[in-house]
Design a protein around this ligand. Structure first.
Ligand code: TRP
Length: 347
């Protein structure tokens, strides 16, 4: 069986370092591993509209921003198909047929949807489109017969829902769809990188993100203002690692080579942590190191991004070509689905 990847992001803002360690970096590695037959990376604009239907400008503006973030991180349109969800109308058709296979109570149990409903204040009036987006996500995945979906852990309920739809479809009609497997980040710190304020999630509305497109000066300021251990007041004080954002970022980003290059007094992160918890190591020193590590990783990305941003029409052309190609694949799956459902009358 072919090994096929599908994943994507909602275009509601530029991508940040949480996206980078949580998924972008891994996608590039998977792309370059040569182990996959097909890779589809989708800009999920239709899904973004399920909770931003009244703000189409925001979604539109971020299509090219997200594409720039993708390509500057190393996603290569000659190896991965980059496309825009709304162009593939077959996805909407699949969604409609899958709706028959899902109950209202099953949708209500989806923990990600539940928490998003309360976060968005939809408690009293939930838009139906938003409520059913897990079904549309199942269409995204199955249209490409994806075997592997690399995502963050918050997306687990979506993959579980997809697997249920696949099993239900295949047993009700015919073996057409493929059950996908999830691929989570392997580093715990990468699973959910906190914002610079130490809050659980990086989010644009909280203003606590470091973006891939941030200037070195912005990143420096953000790192210097990062939340650490509020009880670590004097350098001699023993410091706590738990909930200490600077160390969480180091867990996500740094390797032993970074120490050799930027902080040769220590050989590895474990040594740095030991000194910090014992006392005698100031926050500023650790933050400067983190800044150097982030620069090493992010500077090449930012420079590539600036280069690519000079020609937005070329970026849009890449998305258009990818979308045309993706649409053919989805159309094939849709005809198989319709045949299995016996609604292919005129063939
Ligand atoms: N729900 C994903 C997010 O919020 C985006 C997405 C839409 C997606 N369709 C997908 C991810 C299919 C993986 C597979 O980031």
């Amino acid at each position: 069986m072919k090994k096929i990847i599908l994943t994507g992001d909602r275009p509601t803002g530029r991508l940040h370092v949480g996206h980078y360690v949580g998924s972008l970096k891994r996608r590039v590695e998977l792309q370059n591993s040569g182990e996959y037959d097909e890779i589809y990376i989708m800009i999920a604009d239709a899904q973004a509209l399920t909770d931003n239907f009244d703000n189409p400008e925001k979604v539109r503006k971020n299509i090219s921003e997200v594409a720039l973030d993708y390509m500057s991180c190393g996603l290569d349109p000659s190896k991965s198909t980059l496309f825009v969800q709304s162009y593939i109308s077959e996805l909407t058709e699949l969604t409609f047929y899958y709706m028959n296979l899902v109950t209202l109570s099953r949708l209500k149990r989806n923990p990600t949807v539940k928490s998003e409903i309360s976060m968005r204040g939809f408690n009293t009036s939930i838009p139906v489109g938003f409520f059913t987006y897990p079904i549309s996500q199942a269409a995204d995945i199955t249209a490409f017969k994806a075997t592997t979906v690399p995502v963050g852990e918050d997306q687990l309920p979506m993959i579980e829902q997809t697997r249920e739809i696949v099993r239900s479809f295949n047993s009700t009609y015919d073996e057409v769809l493929v059950e996908p497997n999830v691929l989570l980040p392997d580093n715990q710190a990468c699973m959910r990188l906190p914002g610079i304020d130490g809050k659980a999630k990086m989010s644009k509305s909280l203003g606590n993100c470091i973006y891939l497109s941030d200037s070195p000066e912005d990143i420096r300021k953000k790192v210097m203002s990062m939340y650490t251990d509020p009880d670590h007041i004097r350098i001699e004080d023993p410091g706590k690692l738990e909930g200490n954002t600077v160390f969480t970022y180091l867990d996500a980003f740094c390797n032993d080579e970074h120490f050799a290059n930027h902080l040769p007094d220590y050989s590895c992160l474990a040594e740095l942590k030991e000194h910090y918890t014992k006392g005698g190591l100031g926050d500023v020193k650790v933050k400067k190191f983190l800044y150097a590590v982030l620069m090493e990783e992010l500077d090449p990305i930012r420079l590539r991004r600036e280069e690519l941003a000079k020609d937005i029409p070329a970026v849009m052309e890449i998305l258009k070509e990818g979308s045309i190609k993706a649409r053919e694949v989805a159309a094939n799956t849709l005809s198989e689905v319709k045949a299995a459902m016996q609604i292919n009358y005129f063939e």
